[in-house]
Design a protein around this ligand. Structure first.
Ligand SMILES: C[S@@+](CC[C@H](N)C(=O)[O-])C[C@H]1O[C@@H](n2cnc3c(N)ncnc32)[C@H](O)[C@@H]1O
Length: 366
């Protein structure tokens, strides 16, 4: 086996990995070594393992921007199934790492390729395509959708959270053709803008999207989407797009399918998760960050489908109250309507109640 000269060996989950000795351990990650590896993305790869197991894939999967191959190698090693895992990277040094990691784990269901993913997907289609770029996935979305088999699964990571969550509005408009919103729930609007963009790109090909699991964590957004291929599915997906209006001082928000002056969007207003997939997912022993996986699985399963959340501190300060205990707020609101915590923020909640009823509940609890 030819081991890259700057490599060290680690274990992630149940998998042995060769990674560059100089690598990122936090944040969006930098190219410190010759080939990219970010230890903080272990949770992201754990979630891929949990979700991939529920797909029971037959056919072929592509980790299209694999770097060391960390994700594809973990999927191939930790998820059973009758599929072939392709790991691709355009960088020849990454290709060397992928080959070495396949050999290290003695994986027979894997293949390494060394192409621009757009060339690869022009000649080969897959049942699962995963793109994990530096920053925005926008330049790779069309090729990935076209390289996906009928009813395949598309997985997308976006680390350009600042434009999507409203810090660089013009960049968001250029990349995603959508106006973002910079406020306390900017990360939820950012994720919904990304999904809305993927729905619009898919619709151009008469394909629809069905979110299996879409979430925000650390410094990135992550989407797993089923992509059915027919015009009705495309139309159905587009029917979930709309615009958000938010009054920054009263915190009153409303959304509709029509654009109005000052509105943010277009964005996805449908569900972020598929309940069946979530109930199938299991944080089995052997995951790298099992405790965190269990925590997030619980949050995703309980999270209301209602778009947008409220920050406990913000509502309290608007009413000149000291913040209530979040669990008590959720319990109180659940007595009159529906309420849940949200994975977007540990100090926030979702509810289907109008703001007037939320205020009334806060005042009652004071
Ligand atoms: C953020 S890293 C991927 C990290 C990896 N998925 C992991 O879990 O460790 C992005 C990778 O995409 C590769 N890349 C960038 N543009 C590409 C393209 N057009 N085709 C194929 N690979 C590309 C880069 O060489 C880099 O290794």
């Amino acid at each position: 086996m030819s081991i890259p000269s700057d490599a060290i060996e680690i274990m992630e989950g149940r998998t042995r990995l060769l990674i560059p000795e100089a690598h990122s351990s936090k944040g969006p990650g930098k190219r410190l070594g010759c080939v990219f590896f970010n230890a903080q993305m272990a949770f992201n790869r754990d979630v891929s393992v949990m979700l991939f197991r529920t797909l029971r894939l037959r056919g072929s999967a592509l980790d299209a921007m694999a770097a060391t191959g960390a994700r594809g190698i973990r999927l191939a090693n930790e998820c059973r199934g009758e599929y072939r895992m392709f790991m691709n990277d355009k960088d020849p040094r990454a290709f060397g790492y992928i080959q070495a990691n396949i050999e290290l784990n003695a994986l027979e269901n894997c293949e390494a390729t060394n192409q621009d993913l757009r060339c690869h997907l022009a000649s080969k289609v897959h049942d699962y395509v995963d793109i994990d770029p530096f920053g925005t996935p926008a330049p790779f979305v069309q090729a990935s959708l076209q390289g996906l088999k009928r009813n395949g699964v598309l997985a997308v990571t976006a680390t350009d959270t600042a434009p999507l969550a409203g810090t660089h509005a013009k960049k968001c408009i250029r990349r995603y053709m959508a106006r973002p919103l910079r406020n306390v729930f900017g990360h939820e609007t950012g994720l919904r803008i990304l999904i809305g963009y993927l729905a619009r790109e898919a619709a151009q090909l008469d394909k629809g999207i069905k979110p299996l699991l879409c979430y925000y964590a650390d410094h990135y957004f992550r989407c797993f989407l089923r992509v059915p291929e027919n015009a009705a599915a495309a139309d159905e997906s587009l029917s979930h797009l709309g615009y958000l209006c938010c009054d920054q001082s009263s915190h009153e928000r409303s959304w509709s399918i029509d654009h109005s002056p000052g509105a943010s969007g277009p964005m996805w207003l449908g569900p972020l998760h598929d309940r069946g997939v979530l109930s199938d997912m299991d944080a089995e022993k052997g995951l790298e960050e099992r405790e965190r996986c269990l925590k997030y699985l619980g949050l995703w399963r309980e999270e209301l489908e209602t778009p947008f959340f409220y920050e406990n501190n913000e509502i309290s300060s608007m009413l000149k109250l000291s913040p209530h205990v979040l669990d008590e707020v959720v319990e109180r609101l659940s007595q009159v309507g529906h309420a849940s915590k949200t994975h977007f923020s540990p100090t926030a909640f979702k509810t289907d109640l109008p703001l007037s009823e939320v205020r009334a509940a806060y005042l009652d609890m004071a």
